[in-house]
Design a protein around this ligand. Structure first.
Ligand code: ZLM
Ligand code: CA
Ligand code: ZN
Length: 406
């Protein structure tokens, strides 16, 4: 008996298709879908499948994806593969989407910001269409569970790809499954709150709903320039002054919390609870979508925060305590073993289970991924070495919360 139980009085559904794990963006590309394999191993190793209904996801249809995306872009995504890319680029329907040559990196960019060059953010890789339509199908199935009242919390760790635009891929994101799920929710609920704790700004979701007062978007993210290069942290948008378009009544429906590198648990918790608390009070959401990007964790390959797994989870706990239908999605996360830890812990929180710190190493296929110094010593909540100097002063954070108050 592993002590794992179903939550009392509410239902959790888990949406996933293991096929996504086998995808490769490229050998050294930071996005590693096999982080989802590690997450699955921990979730099954701890026995959390007994606490929720697990659903095998089916691919989204082209029609479903066209609810937000441009139909030509969707055609391109459904047909593209490394072998078909050059031929598709010759098709006049797609030729118009080719951007001017990009000089920042010496990477050739094709239509829709896609590229077969391995150095690109959004490469064309083998079986890419399968991957895209599956993570989207899982998010749509999860939101369907919520809108039909069959689940109170629905989870898809393979989704949460917040940078994709209507007719352009961006920042490892091709189909914006978040926008598609919110559009479904708007069919049954008056107001949807979107919260994004990925270390990057949730620009694609914010942009899609800038004229929709029934959706409030709120992103916490690293903002500013790198010390060494002076380049902007991706995507460069989401300053505190970015509040979306104002309605005729003067209200605004986008909130952004730009953060410097090195923020610690206590500071992040202060920002999150203050700002989310205010947003919920003012907006009174009927449902919430929480993008749980794990690149905000300390030790992430791309992120620059010092957040521990417990604090990342506290954001989920806080949002769950608001007791409205909740969609939990993944997103970024580039140190695979920690992504797996965070999303396993958050699956436990969703189902009201508390997990022991000692990972059940005998019950997982690849225990070495979580063992040894530097890999977290077999613990679910290892202490991260504080890897980034903290540039966040308490007074700056307090002033930011005051500015956001309305
Ligand atoms: N170059 N390879 C977060 C999306 C972050 C834009 C600078 C491409 C990388 C990165 C790609 C193998 C989410 C930018 C970067 C290099 C223009 C970003 C391929 C390393 C590699 O080694 C790499 C050769 C690659 C990409 C690093 N790209 C780091 N940061 C960002 C996008 C997505 O977490 O928010 C949600 C899933 N892109 O900074 C450049 C400006 C492209
Ligand atoms: Ca964010
Ligand atoms: Zn990110």
């Amino acid at each position: 008996d592993n002590g794992i139980a179903r939550p009392k009085g509410y239902k959790v559904s888990y949406h996933y298709n293991s096929t996504v794990e086998d995808m490769h963006f490229g050998r050294t590309h930071p996005m590693k879908p096999w982080r989802l394999t590690l997450a699955k191993h921990l979730i099954l190793g701890y026995g959390l499948q007994y606490a929720m209904d697990t659903h095998e996801a089916l691919p989204a249809s082209k029609e479903q994806v066209c609810a937000f995306h441009d139909p030509d872009y969707v055609d391109f995504l459904s047909e593209v593969a490394p072998e078909t890319f050059d031929r598709l680029c010759q098709n006049p329907k797609f030729a118009k989407a080719v951007p001017p040559p990009h000089d920042a990196d010496s990477v050739y960019l094709g239509p829709y910001n896609l590229s077969t060059s391995p150095g690109a953010d959004c490469p064309v890789f083998a079986d890419m269409s399968t991957y895209l339509f599956l993570y989207t199908g899982a998010t749509l199935a999860a939101s369907h569970q919520l809108t039909t009242g069959q689940s109170d919390i629905a989870v898809n760790w393979s989704g949460g790809l917040h940078h994709a635009h209507k007719s352009e891929a961006s920042g490892f994101c091709y189909i914006n499954d978040i926008v598609l799920s919110i559009l479904e929710m708007l069919k049954v609920w008056p107001r949807v709150l979107y919260i994004d704790i990925d270390v990057h700004h949730g620009d694609g979701v914010e942009e899609a709903f800038q004229r929709q007062p029934r959706v409030m978007t709120l992103s916490f993210h690293r903002f500013g320039t790198y010390d060494d290069t002076g380049h902007k942290f991706f995507p460069g948008t989401g300053d505190i002054t970015d509040i979306g378009l104002r309605s005729t009544h003067g209200e605004h429906f986008a909130l952004n919390v730009p953060i410097s590198s090195g923020i610690d648990d206590r500071q992040y918790n202060y920002l999150f609870t203050s700002v989310v608390g205010q947003a919920v009070k003012a907006f009174n959401p009927s449902a919430i979508v929480l993008q749980c990007g794990a690149d905000s964790l300390g030790g992430d390959r791309l992120g620059q925060f010092n957040i521990n797994i417990k604090q990342h989870g506290e954001c989920v706990r806080f949002v769950k305590s608001l007791n409205v239908p909740l969609l939990l999605l993944g997103g970024g996360g580039y140190t695979a073993r920690n992504v797996a830890r965070a999303w396993c812990h958050e699956t436990a929180l969703a189902t009201d289970n508390e997990l022991p710190d000692a990972i059940p190493l005998d019950f997982i296929p690849r225990p070495e991924a979580f063992q040894g110094r530097g890999h977290g010593d077999g613990k679910l909540f290892p202490a991260f070495v504080r890897s980034h100097p903290n540039y966040c002063s308490n007074s700056d954070l307090e002033n930011m919360v005051k500015k956001i108050d309305w």
